[in-house]
Write a protein that binds this ligand. Structure first.
Ligand code: MD6
Ligand code: FE
Length: 211
């Protein structure tokens, strides 16, 4: 089924936003091995929102900067607050994949310095939000989905805009920039299931130029 979607090729989601079905399919096993290595050094953890709520999604990072949340707010930090050490380096495979996907979507010379690793288990969700902790909204975000499928909520530039429901499967890549860069988005609670490569988990890798 994923192969059939891949045959459809890129799908425009909006101005500057493109879904590349199956773009990461061939690299998925190697990417998951990289995620294992990253999370062995910087373990997945459930962060606190500034309001003091524990997020259901567990997160880690690789690259020069990592996205963190706590009672002080959301920000990018060169150090893992749990260990005081730098985040693990960005794997070259992941960097190359993100650059190739960005190029496919018309963004040449994407130089990500941050990759957020999100782990969802059944029931975990991400409420509607904008990504606005990066320095320059002129640069795109590349998002790689691995493991269990999810329903992505793709809204508008205002929180009240009713979101579309977009299925994201193993190997799908979304590139998102330009006029769509500040679109509200989220993830519905992950459905139960089992994937041959991840078991009952979805892994999302979101690469940005943060600094
Ligand atoms: C996720 N992704 O797919 C969460 N943000 O698990 C995001 O929040 C996201 O996929 C900005 C751009 C692309 C994304
Ligand atoms: Fe986001």
């Amino acid at each position: 089924m994923t192969q059939a979607l891949f045959d459809l090729g890129p799908t425009m989601l909006g101005p500057g936003a493109v879904l590349l079905p199956g773009f990461a399919l061939d690299d998925a096993p190697a990417l998951l091995a990289e995620v294992e290595a990253i999370t062995a050094q910087a373990p997945l953890r459930q962060m606190l929102t500034p309001g003091g709520q524990t997020m259901s999604v567990a997160m880690s990072n690789c690259g020069a900067l990592g996205w963190v949340s706590d009672r002080r707010g959301y920000r990018y930090d060169p150090l893992d607050p749990d260990s005081g050490r730098p985040w693990p380096a960005m794997p070259p495979l992941l960097l190359r994949l993100a650059q190739a996907a960005a190029r496919e979507a018309g963004f040449a010379d994407f130089q990500p310095d941050a990759c957020l690793v999100n782990r969802y288990r059944p029931g975990d969700r991400l409420s509607l939000h904008q990504d606005r902790n990066e320095r320059d909204f002129g640069r795109p975000i590349v998002s790689v989905s691995l493991g269990l499928p999810a329903v992505f909520l793709w809204g508008g530039l205002r929180r009240a805009d009713r979101p579309r429901r977009l299925p994201l499967a193993h190997g799908d890549v979304v590139v998102w920039g330009g006029p769509s860069r500040l679109v509200y988005h989220g993830v519905l609670p992950l459905a139960e299931g089992s994937h041959p490569l991840t078991g009952a988990e979805r892994i999302n890798l979101t690469l940005r130029r943060a600094g």
